[in-house]
Write a protein that binds this ligand. Structure first.
Ligand SMILES: *Cc1c(COP(=O)(O)O)cnc(C)c1O
Length: 373
């Protein structure tokens, strides 16, 4: 059996360091906030190249609080894509704002900047929420200047792209460091995953960092001085922060291992009737998922399962066609690239802990199944 990923493996690889870090938190009783959270926030900010990171309870909260912190609220329109995890759009809805979809690019399945530009020119848009899907950066090099020119803020959904690079302003930036703010998730399956839920907001703006801090912690400017009424409790806990610090030190190595597996897949699956993922020039994909596109996907998925290869579908249905988002008023056929992707995508086993020989077995199984032999 080769599973899609093995959630025990990151702990096993770093067992000694993780246990020592968890022990520090338990002995110090710094369960919420405290030195591990502060330490992680500073280290992750330095890693991303942003001045401020704020730990929160999960990635969905990170997006919602980031949107609120830049001033998105009831009546505002937020541009995003229908081909993403539901949390991207929930965050917008929970702010009282209205999601406005545009389709994704056919190559990397991130936001289509031409379509975004056309909407921003015609309609009042408060914010754009691009998604760095599967670990490949969205085209912020073109999107951010275009949005800024119209007074529109950019919040990145970086929940799948810890450590990815994208071209930006003649240099390169980490995913999460190019917009006004970004939301990260540390759900255990992510490239940087905790041992429970966790999330963070990264921001280049001091005002957004301050506002987010108030929103995430009961509007408290200092102990028992509450300066806004719309605060809440969304905090990263000490145990998660301690584990995240240990794993952050490994992130580049782990992403490198993902990239190596991806290179083996690229090589081994070339020439088959499959569409392979792309890495556009100037970008560094971190392969949160390695996603191929294939006709009669269900048959391929079942045949792989029969050979002991675990796969998944991220995501089987575009959000504008989901029951819960029907009230937004979109129809099937409006976002053909997203709809076609939803019908064809298949995620192959991918993690830093997949061995090269396991990757070879996956390649062999896919070759047999897809070429019908
Ligand atoms: C995981 C994920 C989120 C939400 O993160 P949680 O920590 O699960 O709340 C948001 N957007 C995308 C694209 C994700 O993959």
């Amino acid at each position: 059996m080769i599973p899609l990923l093995d959630l025990r493996a990151p702990y096993e690889e770093l067992r000694g360091e993780s246990d020592a870090a968890l022990r520090r938190v338990i002995d110090g009783a710094a369960f919420v906030g405290g030195p591990e959270v502060k330490g992680f926030e500073a280290e992750f900010a330095a890693y991303l190249g942003v001045p401020r990171v704020l730990g929160v309870a999960n990635g969905t909260d990170a997006l919602e609080i980031a949107l609120q912190a830049v001033g998105v609220g009831p009546g505002d329109r937020v541009l995003t894509v229908p081909f993403t995890f539901a949390a991207t759009v929930e965050a917008i809805v929970r702010c009282g704002a209205t999601p406005r979809f545009v389709d994704v690019r056919a190559d990397d399945l991130t936001i289509d900047v031409e379509q975004a530009a056309a909407v921003i020119e015609r309609e009042p848009v408060k914010a754009v929420l691009p998604v760095h899907l599967y670990g490949h950066g969205a085209d912020l090099d073109r999107l951010v200047p275009l949005a800024r020119a119209r007074g529109c803020v950019v919040i990145e959904d970086a929940a799948q792209a810890h450590g990815a690079w994208l071209p930006f302003g003649g240099r390169r930036a980490r995913a999460g460091a190019a917009g006004d703010a970004a939301g990260f998730s540390f759900y255990p399956t992510k490239n940087l995953g905790a041992m429970g839920d966790g999330g963070a907001i990264a921001t280049t703006r001091a005002d957004v960092a301050e506002r987010a801090r108030l929103l995430a912690n009961h509007g408290e400017a200092e102990k028992y001085r509450h300066v806004i009424a719309s605060g809440r409790n969304s905090r990263l806990d000490g145990l998660q922060a301690a584990v995240l610090r240990v794993r952050l030190a490994k992130l580049d190595e782990w992403n490198g291992r993902r990239r190596r597996i991806a290179a083996l897949y690229d090589e081994g699956l070339r020439g088959l009737p499959l569409r392979l993922p792309v890495e556009r020039p100037g970008y560094e994909h971190v392969y949160h998922q390695y996603v191929v596109r294939v006709a009669n996907r269900e048959r391929v998925q079942q045949a792989l399962a029969a050979r002991g290869i675990g796969t998944a579908i991220h995501y089987p249905r575009a959000l504008h066609e989901q029951e819960g988002f029907r009230s937004l008023g979109y129809r099937g056929g409006q976002f053909p690239v997203a709809e076609k992707a939803a019908a064809e995508v298949l995620s192959l086993p991918m993690s830093p802990h997949l061995t090269e020989s396991q990757a070879g077995e996956v390649i062999e199984a896919v070759r047999r199944v897809v070429s019908g032999s």
